[in-house]
Design a protein around this ligand. Structure first.
Ligand code: NAD
Length: 300
């Protein structure tokens, strides 16, 4: 892939590793870094170049991609202590592909602009499976002329690239997508638990939901492989989903939108995050719902 001097890729976790691999396999000059050694070794085993420090990875980079847990981690990586971005090439473009909070992204964009660095937010949807085959949905916010410079990179990692507007708009869209996704998953898990107790078969219920108006992404691709067999291993942690729901609800509060359902949902997910281990997959919301205390409620 021509036109790029050095692409630093920070965060080689569940999503970052397959995304960095796709760029490397497409011929992009990627240098990866992650503080966790096994993730660095996994990228090196795939033939990728690995730096032993973040500073080494970004030195002279004209593009810096972050795929970190959240926006606070991105801000800390870029600006804490001696700012990492001062080691990038002039006019470098930072692409934050993490699911970060949109208001913080706008603030970060202003601060980076003061240092001559452009920020795009380009979060992704599709999970590890679609990161592996390069078919992610990518929602990218920022000036069209800056996006144009990195579009070949985005097209290597994703199949549907949506330009959502000003910087931060991709992160807003991503949090709202995950709000809708978690709502569908939560309702589907509860419906299966209620139906099963009444004597309905959960596999048959899933087929009926998928042929009916209750169909959603969870009924289509999550219930049979993960929820019904209680195989809670989809590759996306419950803590990260709870963070996305918090981001969506914080945005509602910031904009003074009432969003009472968002508030109810975030309470369930934050209680689940407290009750389950930090490593729990987001499919384990099913186990939490099965044991959660029912809030006292008056019957009509
Ligand atoms: P993960 O925890 O597997 O990976 C995050 C990685 O970032 C870790 O390996 C960690 O060591 C690394 N890291 C932390 N600080 C760093 C730093 N300063 N420099 C370099 N690396 C650093 O998480 P993930 O599942 O890969 O998710 C990453 C982001 O993508 C999150 O924002 C998440 O919400 C989002 N996301 C995840 C999925 C999914 O299915 N897993 C799907 C869409 C979006």
């Amino acid at each position: 892939m021509r036109g790029y001097k050095r692409i630093a890729f920070l965060g080689l976790g569940k999503m970052g590793l397959p995304m960095a691999r796709r760029l490397h396999e497409a011929g992009a000059p990627v240098v990866g870094f992650d503080p966790v050694e096994p993730t660095r070794l996994a990228f090196a085993a795939a033939g990728g170049a690995v730096a032993s420090t973040a500073r080494e990875a970004v030195s002279g980079a004209d593009v810096l991609i972050t795929m970190l847990p959240n926006g606070k981690a991105v801000r800390a990586a870029l600006l804490r202590g001696e700012p990492l971005v001062v080691h990038c090439a002039a006019n470098a473009i930072v692409i934050d592909m993490s699911s970060s909070a949109p208001v913080g992204t706008r603030e970060l964009a202003d601060e980076l602009a003061g240092r001559g660095v452009h920020l795009l937010d380009a979060p992704v949807s599709g999970g590890v499976k679609r990161a592996l085959d390069g078919s992610l949905a990518i929602m990218v916010g920022g000036p069209p002329e800056v996006i144009a410079k990195v579009r070949p990179l985005l097209e290597t990692m994703g199949k549907s690239i949506f330009e959502t507007g000003a910087v931060g708009s991709g992160h807003a869209m991503k949090a709202l997508n995950n709000y809708v996704s978690a709502a569908g998953l939560t309702a589907a898990c509860e419906a299966l638990q209620i139906g099963e107790k009444f004597g309905l078969d959960p596999v048959m219920m899933t087929d009926i939901l998928n042929a009916s108006t209750g169909r959603n992404n969870s009924t289509e691709v999550k219930l049979k492989p993960f929820v019904i067999p209680k195989n809670y291993a989809s590759g996306f942690s419950l803590a990260l989903m709870a963070k996305d729901l918090r981001t969506a609800d914080d945005l509602a509060m910031h904009l003074d939108v009432p969003a009472p359902f968002s508030q109810a949902l975030i309470e369930i997910w934050e209680q689940a995050a407290d009750a389950l281990s930090a490593a729990a997959d987001h499919m384990a919301i099913d186990a939490y719902l099965a044991t959660a205390a029912r809030p006292h409620r008056r019957r009509r």
